[in-house]
Ligand binder design. Structure first.
Ligand SMILES: C[S@@+](CC[C@H](N)C(=O)[O-])C[C@H]1O[C@@H](n2cnc3c(N)ncnc32)[C@H](O)[C@@H]1O
Length: 412
């Protein structure tokens, strides 16, 4: 361990935990402000800080909440000795820290501490997933694999797999998504020719299955109501073989802007990004009753994505406000549909309140909608996965992010 490693990691960790910005954004600006740091230093610091965010509560059990002590505890878990910590400038009691961590038995600790979760989330997972809560929580602390979606407008999966292998990126077909590849090792695939040529997008396999549930057809009018940077939009456009129209709505102009370069790479010309002020915007109202299919990938707690975004565990959450927002967006999105049209409501949340509860309330209010069983759609799409009426993906079972998606049809 180099001495500055501990200091810089602690500075960055404190900035992330004390600020409101996402960890990756905070990290970018820290590295911009410390240009002298080499590539290796940055990689080491980033790995350490992400490790601390992931295991914060377990580390704090021995180290307390001070950022430098958390970093020191993380380094001990990675094999550093008390002496190495002292040499690196750690001013706390390095020997006591090492002693505590070496004798720690996570099985004897409450789930919230052992799996480093806030109390409220540990309680929700235990209530909802019972005996599986520990395995789920543990899977949320493992780094996610790198999944790719093949852009079928440009190439077939096997061709892309070969192209990637030629460039030194070994990948296997994903078990569920027919257009997914999973890298055997984490690698900077953004630098590959295949990526620059628009043959692939980096996208979790679970996210790919959500777009499949919408089953958009050639020539249809489709709305991706919460398009963000367009991960699912691009997939929908490709599923429609670059025909018809996909309106990509979002209230965030900044997020939609990130769709532009991806769109250019993809070769799609059927996607129309539209910034809306809110879900009742005139630009949305103009499409009332005219749309064949609508995807609502709603803003949510993101609890299903903790493998990638451990920092969100430590942000405060207003579940009631989120639920109200989800219901408002779903209601507005449903109005766009033609009779016979399909609506998919999805979240990357593990919580019932944001998933089944939102759909149950919607169906109570809208007798003109019925559930289309997800398992039947997936089987038609040759996806070997049956999670019942709704799609429910869990990292410890499916090796994807946690996702929920329900498909509904407007009957009258
Ligand atoms: C889960 S993210 C979408 C991710 C995106 N679909 C993807 O696959 O990458 C939710 C998005 O909803 C947007 N959003 C929040 N409130 C909204 C509203 N009232 N109407 C439309 N979009 C909204 C957010 O800006 C955010 O980009």
């Amino acid at each position: 361990m180099r001495p500055h490693h501990l200091k810089q990691s602690a500075e960055l960790l404190a900035a992330i935990l004390g600020g409101a910005r996402a960890a990756d954004k905070q990290m970018e600006s820290y590295f911009r402000a410390h240009r002298a740091m080499g590539v290796r230093d940055r990689a080491e610091v980033a790995e350490t800080v992400y490790g601390c965010l992931r295991h914060r509560r377990l580390l704090a059990h021995c180290a307390g909440e001070d950022a430098a002590a958390l970093v020191a505890a993380y380094l001990v878990r990675e094999g550093s000795s008390a002496r190495a910590l002292a040499e690196a400038g750690f001013r706390g009691d390095a020997r006591a820290l090492v002693g505590c961590l070496r004798t720690l038995d996570p099985r004897a600790l409450p789930l919230a501490v052992a799996a480093s979760l806030p109390d409220w989330l540990a309680a929700e997972l235990q209530a909802e997933y019972g005996d599986e809560a520990s395995a789920l929580a543990e899977a949320l602390n493992q780094p996610a694999p790198v999944d790719l979606r093949v852009n079928t407008v440009k190439a077939r999966r096997e061709e892309v797999q070969e192209r990637l292998a030629e460039e030194g990126f070994e990948a296997d077909a994903t078990p569920f998504s027919p257009v997914g590849l999973r890298l055997r090792q984490r690698a900077p695939v953004f630098h590959s020719r295949a990526f620059k040529d628009g043959l692939i997008e980096v996208q979790d396999e679970g996210s790919q299955l959500v777009s499949l549930l919408l089953e958009p057809r050639r020539g249809e009018m489709v709305v991706d109501f919460c398009a963000g940077a367009g991960g699912k939009t691009l997939h929908l456009g490709a599923l429609m073989a670059n025909t018809g129209s996909v309106y990509a709505f979002d209230v965030s102009a900044a997020r939609l802007e990130r769709l532009a370069p991806r769109l250019a790479r993809s070769g799609l010309s059927n996607v129309r990004p539209v910034v809306i002020a809110h879900e009742r915007d005139e630009r949305a109202k103009r499409l009332h009753g005219k749309i064949d299919r609508v995807l609502v990938d709603a803003p949510c707690t993101g609890t299903g994505t903790l493998r990638r975004n451990s920092d969100i565990k430590w942000r405060s959450v207003d579940l009631e406000a989120l639920r109200a927002e989800q219901a408002r967006i779903l209601d507005a999105a449903a109005r766009l549909l033609k009779p016979g049209g399909r609506l998919v409501y999805a979240t990357c949340s593990l919580l019932r309140e944001e998933n089944d509860a939102v759909i149950d309330a919607f169906l109570k209010a809208r007798a003109d909608f019925r559930v289309v069983p997800a398992a039947a759609i997936l089987s038609r799409r040759r996806v070997p996965l049956d999670t019942g009426d709704a799609l429910r993906l869990l990292p410890h079972r499916h090796r994807t992010d946690g996702f929920y998606a329900a498909a509904l049809e407007r009957t009258a």
